[in-house]
Design a binder for this molecule. Structure first.
Ligand code: ADP
Ligand code: C5P
Ligand code: MG
Length: 266
């Protein structure tokens, strides 16, 4: 498998070539076996219409409505292991809002194969951030497949470039940034024990990811704090406690969801 270089990755993404490798239906993190009416129906349609071939991706019918729509975007940021995926799953379930994990989308792109995959995987194993055009392209594609007006985005932005490329490619900013604060040692312990078989959950990469997060996020947080968009939640507490605080915050800000609030794991 040939390496294409960073400039090549960006070019592949701009030309749309890279994104054509992932199936449209493999983008949303949908809660399993739970009521999830509108977004799920839309994504099911998108799945049926998609293929894994090299054919150019025609946006599904549902995406046409979604793609032109300016959405209410909530970024969920926090160090690796701070609990973003866990909490997004719960908020997504309770408030029927689709969530997209930048990391999951990148892993799916890698799993779909292609010349860029190996290079992206190497960047991930170094605990570094992949070219923003790729990630923003994946997120745009994912958002276009849901008619939901509100979306949660987990693990984005990760650095200043992520944010500026989002701004220029998407054209509007997020409404809110949920910042998960968790001590580094707690995050590292959680990642060591995560047990999902992720190649980047090894000791060396974990350390790099944690270090890079604090170094690279400060300008992003500074930017959003100046705009009054950051809500901070301490996540070194039981899952149910964090979820309760987040739910209250969500309800206050966006109103109640119609989804049933089920039991939350502790
Ligand atoms: P992130 O998406 O921020 O990297 P995850 O949601 O994947 O983090 O959580 C990392 C690990 O920590 C998972 O094994 C998860 O079950 C566990 N975890 C998440 N939140 C908590 C919490 N509040 N208390 C204890 N363990 C947690
Ligand atoms: O969020 P998650 O832990 O799933 O991210 C895994 C990896 O994916 C990150 O460590 C990083 O290498 C890459 N990533 C990225 N840009 C993002 C999100 C994730 O490069 N915005
Ligand atoms: Mg995660």
């Amino acid at each position: 498998m040939s390496l294409v270089g960073e400039a090549g990755l960006r070019q592949l993404c701009r030309s749309g070539h890279l994104l054509r490798r992932i199936p449209l239906g493999a983008k949303a993190n949908l809660p399993q076996g739970r009521p999830y009416i509108a977004p799920r129906a839309a994504l099911a349609q998108a799945t049926q219409m998609s293929t894994t071939t090299e054919a150019p991706v025609a946006p599904p019918a549902v995406a046409a409505a979604g793609s032109s729509q300016r959405k209410r975007v909530v970024f969920v940021v926090g160090g690796p292991g701070s609990g973003k995926g866990t909490q997004c799953d719960l908020i997504s379930r309770d408030f029927e809002v689709p969530f997209f994990s930048a990391g999951d989308l990148i892993r799916k792109l890698i799993a779909a194969g292609g010349p860029a995959g190996q290079q992206l995987q190497e960047i991930i194993l170094q605990g570094q951030i992949i070219p923003s055009e790729v990630t923003v392209g994946l997120l745009q594609q994912a958002m276009s497949a849901t008619p939901s007006e509100t979306v949660l985005i987990d693990g984005f932005p990760r650095n200043a470039e992520n944010r500026t490329v989002w701004q220029s490619q998407v054209g509007y900013d997020c409404e809110l940034v949920l910042l998960f604060e968790c001590p580094e040692e707690t995050m590292m312990q959680r990642l060591r024990a995560r047990g999902q078989g992720r190649p980047d959950d090894n000791e060396e990469t974990i350390r790099k990811r944690v270090q890079n997060f604090s170094a690279q996020m400060s300008p992003v947080l500074e930017h959003y704090r100046a705009l009054g968009k950051v809500a901070t939640v301490r996540t070194d507490r039981p899952i149910a406690e964090v979820h309760a605080e987040l739910s209250a915050l969500w309800r206050q800000r966006f109103g109640a969801g119609v989804g049933a609030a089920g039991a939350v794991p502790v």
